[in-house]
Design a protein around this ligand. Structure first.
Ligand code: HPA
Length: 270
């Protein structure tokens, strides 16, 4: 694994003009941010050595380098989900590579189902903490001390300073944001009413199928992590209704301009 990370890092060092300190994973709801990037280099995942290969038609994915408002960034357009069949090392490989090329701050975004009864579809939530309900953990197996400690601290997995900055930015721009706990599950099923109820009882505000593995690896490797979630459906006790992928995407797209504003302003303060 170490060799692969180094190889991929070397490839990017050789082919990218300006290596960034900030990386963004564009989940559902933040794809539009690519329009804001002054792109210097863009690589299809299939052309990057050691990157997992997507088997789903139309889900190619791109690693983009450039600037937003003059700030150098790299962005993953499309991520690797555990439910697609990738193992946890594959899901989190790009995060290891980011660290390898000098990234210090990781911004994650995703779509989720709201369980907190005060949440609505289209709300944006700043993730303050998470609960790992995946059946495994990306740090299972041999630990490479070069990458991070065997037993990493997770008492502040999402950076409090960045959360506070995002709150100020939201207020300044008149954007309503929620704050809360993200429960990460494998998927690909959406939850049953009893599952939404259980995840609420154990302390979750929203539930989704990504982000947790990436945040764990980001923290393990010593990067600052910040994550936003757009609530695309509701799993609130008594209000659970049917959910489809299309509805999730539609709700995520609607929240996209606000997410974009938040991230653009936040980049100026990192
Ligand atoms: N559950 C899990 N993942 C999701 C949901 C949900 O309700 N909505 C968007 N991603």
């Amino acid at each position: 694994m170490l060799e692969k990370i180094q190889q991929t890092g070397d490839f990017l060092r050789k082919n990218v003009s300006k290596l960034p300190k900030v990386a963004i994973v564009l989940g559902s709801g933040l794809g539009g941010l690519t329009k804001e990037i002054a792109i210097s280099e863009s690589f299809e995942y299939k052309d990057i050595p050691n990157f997992p290969v997507s088997t789903v038609v139309g889900h190619g994915g791109k690693l983009i380098f450039g600037t937003i408002n003059g700030v150098p960034i790299m962005a993953m357009q499309g991520r690797f989900h555990f439910y697609e069949g990738y193992n946890m090392q594959e899901v989190t490989f790009p995060i290891r590579v980011m660290k390898n090329i000098g990234v210090e701050t990781l911004i994650l975004s995703n779509a989720s189902g709201g369980m907190n009864p005060s949440f609505n579809i289209g709300d944006i939530m700043v993730i303050t903490d998470h609960i790992n309900m995946f059946p495994t953990n990306p740090l299972m197996g041999k630990n490479f001390d070069e990458l991070g400690p065997r037993f990493p601290d997770m008492s502040e997995i999402y950076d409090n300073e960045l959360i506070a900055k995002a709150e100020v930015i939201a207020k300044k721009n008149g954007i309503k944001i929620q704050k809360g706990v993200y429960v990460g599950v494998s998927g690909p099923c959406f939850e049953t009413p009893a599952e939404y109820k259980m995840f609420r009882i154990v302390g979750g505000d929203v539930v989704g199928m990504s982000t947790v593995p990436e945040a764990i690896v980001s923290r393990h490797s010593g990067m600052k992590t910040f994550a936003l979630s757009v609530i695309t459906d509701l799993g609130i006790v008594g209000q659970v209704c049917t959910v489809s992928h299309e509805e999730v995407l539609e709700a995520a797209n609607k929240a996209e301009p606000l997410m974009t504003t938040l991230i653009k302003d936040l980049l100026l303060e990192i």
